[in-house]
Design a protein around this ligand. Structure first.
Ligand SMILES: [Zn+2]
Length: 304
């Protein structure tokens, strides 16, 4: 099962943050490298010396050329290119911080309700596991729905706050964030927040750090808010639908999970996003299995 705690290994990285124990499975690093490989290599190539055209160098001879500023900024990025290995390292560090902040959101929310927890980072991202109540699901069943929704939303919420903090920091430092530094172009957001104003980031490690923090933070938070089990959005959907209909809420949330998970799977496979497609295909299938299991028992609640 997805929420089963991964086994401890001698290669686990253990530490404490804000009073919470954190265990990082070696497969977390492996998955981060696999996911970041193409980003790092694409960035290393785009800003390589070989890609600088003679035409671009000619622009540098004439400061009155309207393209001058842009080419100059790009050349600074080329000059500061630390290479694919270093860019990959920046990616792994950024993903680590991003996922850790996500789990920290859950753990801090649980602490607010007197539930102590610890965090695990593993190949599917992260988990914040309550110490006392045995299983996460077991706890969620007994607690009050608003409390559960708050705990589930706090992870993606804090992660989006991290993305917001990176954008704010860049703005305060006078950099423009729109375009290359922002992984998704949200209509009107750039104008609204003046993201396009300011000078371009002229150091590739810094640009990579901003981009590689924003990209996983925004995508991971949004993916996790989809109403699919056992993601945070799936937990929120279950609580909301159960409040609306105590009898059928669980069943309805599972059907929603199958529909949305299946939809994302098809979208992923149709758009060459194999990882996304496979992950959500598996989630939709496991929701289907749970639905069958509870339907067989006359719509009673599952063990979670
Ligand atoms: Zn979460």
């Amino acid at each position: 099962m997805f929420l089963a705690e991964p086994q401890q290994t001698p290669y686990d990285f253990n530490f404490q943050i804000m009073g919470f124990r954190v265990r990082v499975s070696p497969f977390f690093w492996l998955m981060a490298i696999v996911l970041g490989w193409s980003w790092a290599s694409a960035m290393a190539q785009v800003y390589s010396r070989d890609r600088v055209s003679p035409a671009a160098l000619k622009v540098m001879d004439d400061p009155s050329n309207p393209m001058y500023q842009r080419v100059a900024a790009n050349l600074k990025l080329v000059d500061s290119n630390p290479g694919q290995g270093m860019l990959l390292l920046i990616w792994v560090a950024a993903v680590f911080v991003s996922i850790l902040v996500h789990e920290l959101g859950h753990s801090l929310a649980m602490r607010r309700y007197g539930i102590h927890s610890y965090m695990i980072l593993y190949h599917f991202g992260g988990l914040a596991v309550p110490d006392s109540a045995g299983s996460f699901m077991g706890m969620s069943r007994r607690s009050d729905p608003y409390q559960q929704i708050y705990i589930s939303a706090a992870g993606p919420g804090l992660q989006l706050a991290l993305a917001g903090a990176v954008i704010l920091l860049a703005k305060v430092a006078g950099y423009k964030v729109a375009g290359y530094a922002l992984p998704v172009e949200i209509p009107h957001l750039s104008e609204l927040l003046h993201l396009d104003a300011g000078r371009p980031i002229a150091s590739l490690p810094l640009l990579a750090l901003a981009q590689f923090t924003l990209l996983p933070s925004i995508f991971w938070a949004i993916l996790n808010l989809l109403p699919v089990y056992p993601l945070d959005g799936g937990q929120i959907a279950r609580e909301l639908l159960t409040m609306y209909s105590p009898r059928d809420g669980m069943k309805n949330s599972l059907m929603l999970s199958i529909a949305v998970g299946g939809g994302v799977a098809v979208y992923g496979l149709a758009n060459d996003q194999m990882m996304l497609g496979m992950m959500f295909g598996m989630l939709a299938f496991s929701s289907f299995q749970i639905l069958q299991a509870i339907s067989g028992r006359g719509g009673g609640y599952g063990p979670w």
